[in-house]
Design a protein. Structure first.
Length: 320
């Protein structure tokens, strides 16, 4: 517990309630944040739903009921220019780059970026990896202390788990003076050739000063690592489920351990593929299921909150 200043006149929460317990665990770094891709889309890219609709329009998707995984699956089958799954994911990364560049052009009128910089970045469009491309354009904007990535980065967590493809959290952690390390889940065998920080002999492991940002669904730096289509989510789910408890587990063992702590779920929709593959691949495998979880939804939905409590309650999971 933090120091008890009994002379303080500030009101204190009732002892033993869930706010007190979770705040105490956060102070000790005993909570694992699990952050959705939707959060970055909403904060940086003008909204997740609008982004998916843009992608659906580009793919000539024939329905208004679009999800990213479903549209990507459709595009992988119908687009004759997409020769394989890697090409599909490279195409999606280029789509995100174009969206960022469009936003940068809009913000140039406000003086947030110079025309000269836009020209320079445009000339390097194909050469820059997505994290560097975003950084060159000044994304994410970290001049607002209420930015949710800055708020998350200010907390003393050694491990951040995310299903996001971008590196906005790493940028926020660096802004807070920390030294983040990026790692991805090796959910298919072709990803084993990608260099891993975990194999670096100088790496001492996750700590609040050098937190590990673990991208479960891949990183835009390595397009082949993205869990993008419905088939990808199924393959990810099979790999993480079959590997659980074995030496071939594609999930880093300390991340598995971290998922046994109280969880802070940020920005998930229960109907989304990223939540479902996350839940069945990792959360449902928790050994300490009676620990609590705090969920932060981007849009308040009493019906979804009720569904979340009942759905996860079946697995002895206490939800606030």
């Amino acid at each position: 517990m933090p120091r008890d200043n009994s002379r303080s006149n500030e009101p204190k929460p009732a002892p033993g309630n869930w706010e007190t317990t979770l705040l105490d665990r956060i102070r000790k770094g005993k909570v694992t944040p699990v952050i959705s891709d939707r959060l970055g889309d909403d904060v940086v890219l003008g909204g997740h739903d609008k982004l998916v609709q843009r992608y659906a329009s580009q793919a000539s998707y024939p329905s208004e009921q679009a999800s990213l995984a479903r549209v990507a699956q459709f595009k992988s089958i119908t687009d004759e220019e997409i020769v394989d799954t890697v090409a599909l994911k490279e195409n999606y990364v280029d789509f995100l780059k174009n969206r960022l560049f469009d936003l940068a052009e809009e913000q140039a009128t406000a003086g947030l970026i110079s025309g000269k910089k836009l020209i320079e970045v445009n000339e390097q469009f194909d050469d820059l990896k997505f994290p560097e491309f975003a950084k060159e354009l000044g994304f994410p904007r970290l001049d607002d202390r209420r930015n949710p990535f800055l708020l998350l980065a200010s907390l003393p967590f050694p491990i951040y788990v995310t299903t996001a493809y971008h590196h906005y959290l790493e940028a926020a952690l660096s802004e807070k003076g920390k030294q983040p390390h990026t790692e991805i889940c090796r959910w298919h065998k072709d990803l084993r050739a990608i260099p891993s920080v975990l194999q670096d002999p100088t790496y001492k492991g996750p700590s609040p000063g050098e937190p590990l940002v673990y991208h479960l669904h891949g990183s835009c730096r390595w397009p082949d690592s993205l869990v993008l289509t419905e088939d990808d989510h199924l393959q990810f789910l099979v790999a993480t489920s079959e590997g659980f408890g074995s030496t071939t587990d594609p999930v880093y063992n300390k991340v598995r351990d971290a998922m046994n702590e109280s969880l802070l779920l940020v920005g998930y929709s229960l109907s989304s593929w990223d939540f479902r593959s996350l839940f069945w691949g990792l959360i449902q495998k928790r050994e300490r299921k009676l620990l609590s979880a705090l969920t932060i939804q981007l849009e308040h939905s009493p019906l979804e909150e009720l569904y979340l409590e009942k759905y996860m309650g079946k697995f002895e999971f206490k939800v606030y």
